[in-house]
Design a protein around this ligand. Structure first.
Ligand code: F6P
Length: 333
C-alpha cells in the first residue's frame, strides 16, 4: 500500500465537492476520491451543493460503502450549484471557518473553470491545499484532452441526431439541431462529424449566414434531400430559431424544423470512457494531495494522467482542432 505522505502525515481529512453544471461521471469521480481516501487511510467528507454546502456546513462523512452503486449514475449524489456567496470574501471566510471546524485539511473540487477560479482564490487566501478534477460536458478546459461527462454528452447528441435523421429523410427536411456549448464548440464539432451534419456552427468559427446558405445550396445541387445543421448554443449567428427563420426566407424551397436538445445532454448513465476517466482522475487527485501538491488540476493528455496549474486551467482555453474542421468540411459534402 502506498502510504508515504510528503505532507508529513498532515493530511488526515479531505473534503470533496461537485460544483457548476453537473456532468455524467461526477459520481464515478466522487467514488474514486472516497475509495482512494479509504485506501490511504484518510478521512473523507462529502460537501453538499458545491461551495454553498461549505458555507452552510452541509458535510457528511463518507466511506467505501457510501459510494456503492453510483458509478453507473448520472448527476451527482453530492448535488451541485453555482455559488454566488463564494464569490464574496465573507462567503469564503465562512467556508474556511467550517473547514477548520471539521478539521478538513484539503479539498478536491470536481467542476469546470468557474469552480476552479473559486478554488484557486480560496486556496491562496487561506492556504488550503486544493486539487481540481475537470467535470463538465463542454470539454472546454485547458490541460486535459477530455473532461468528465463530455463523452457521454457526445453520444447523447449523436443518438439524437440519428433519430432526427430518420424523420428528416422521411420528409426531405432541413433540421437545425442546437446542442450545448455556451463558449465552445467541442460537442458540436465532434458530434457533427459523427452524426453526419451538413454544416456545423461553433463559436470558434466565423461562419456567416451566407456561408451556410451557400453550403445548403450546393447540398441541394448534389441531390441531398435532407440536411442537419448542428449549432452550438454559443455560436455567434445567435438564436437558433431566428437563424432557421432567416434561412427559410433565403431558401424557401426548404422545409425547416428546429430541435433544441437542452439538458437531456447533461443526464444519463456515464459512458465507459467517462467512468474510467473519472476513476483515474479521482484517484490521482488524492495522490497529488498526498504528494504535497496543491493549486493544480489533474487531467489526461495523450492517454496519461497529467497535471496543470489551476492558473493555466482557468486562464487558458483549449483550441479547436483545425484538422477536425477540415475533415468536417470534406465528409459533409
Ligand atoms: O455544463 C455546461 C453547460 O452545459 C453549457 O454548455 C450550458 O450553456 C450551461 O451548462 C447551461 O447550464 P445551466 O442551465 O445549468 O445554467
Amino acid at each position: 500500500m502506498w502510504n508515504t505522505n510528503n505532507m508529513g502525515n498532515k493530511l488526515k481529512h479531505i473534503g470533496v465537492l461537485t460544483s457548476g453544471g453537473d456532468a455524467p461521471g461526477m459520481n464515478a469521480a466522487i467514488r474514486a476520491v472516497v475509495r482512494a481516501c479509504t485506501h490511504y487511510n484518510i478521512k473523507v467528507s462529502g460537501i453538499s451543493e458545491g461551495y454553498q454546502g461549505l458555507i452552510d456546513n452541509e458535510l457528511r462523512g463518507m466511506d467505501a460503502r457510501s459510494v456503492a452503486h453510483i458509478i453507473n449514475r448520472g448527476g451527482t449524489i453530492l448535488k451541485s450549484a453555482r455559488c454566488q456567496n463564494f464569490r464574496t470574501k465573507e462567503g469564503r471566510q465562512k467556508a474556511h471557518e467550517n473547514l477548520k471546524k471539521n478539521n478538513i485539511d484539503a479539498l478536491v473540487v470536481i467542476g469546470g473553470d468557474g469552480s476552479f477560479t473559486g478554488a484557486s482564490i480560496f486556496s491562496s487566501e487561506f492556504n488550503i491545499p486544493v486539487i481540481g478534477v475537470p467535470g463538465t460536458i463542454d470539454n472546454d478546459i485547458y490541460g486535459t484532452d477530455f473532461t468528465i461527462g463530455y463523452d457521454t454528452a457526445l453520444n447523447c447528441v449523436v443518438e439524437a441526431m440519428d433519430r432526427i435523421r430518420d424523420t428528416a429523410t422521411s420528409h426531405n427536411r432541413l433540421f437545425f439541431i442546437e446542442c450545448m456549448g455556451r463558449d465552445s464548440g467541442f460537442i458540436a464539432l465532434n458530434a457533427g462529424i459523427a452524426g453526419g451534419a451538413t454544416e456545423i456552427l461553433i463559436p470558434e468559427d466565423n461562419k456567416s449566414i451566407d456561408d451556410l446558405v451557400d453550403k445548403l445550396k450546393s447540398s441541394r445541387a448534389s441531390n441531398k434531400t435532407s440536411n442537419i445543421v448542428l449549432v452550438a448554443e454559443g455560436d455567434q449567428l445567435g438564436d437558433t430559431f431566428k437563424l432557421a427563420e432567416k434561412t427559410e426566407k433565403l431558401l424557401p424551397e426548404y422545409s425547416i424544423r428546429v430541435s433544441v436538445l437542452g439538458h437531456i445532454q447533461r443526464g444519463g448513465n456515464p459512458s465507459c470512457a467517462d467512468r474510467v476517466l473519472a476513476s483515474r482522475l479521482g484517484v490521482s487527485a488524492v495522490e497529488q494531495l498526498l504528494a504535497g501538491h496543491s493549486g493544480i488540476m489533474v487531467g489526461v493528455q495523450n492517454s496519461s494522467v497529467t497535471t496543470v496549474s489551476l492558473h493555466d486551467a482557468i486562464s487558458r482555453k483549449p483550441g479547436i482542432d483545425t484538422d477536425l474542421v477540415h475533415v468536417a468540411d470534406i465528409v459533409s459534402l
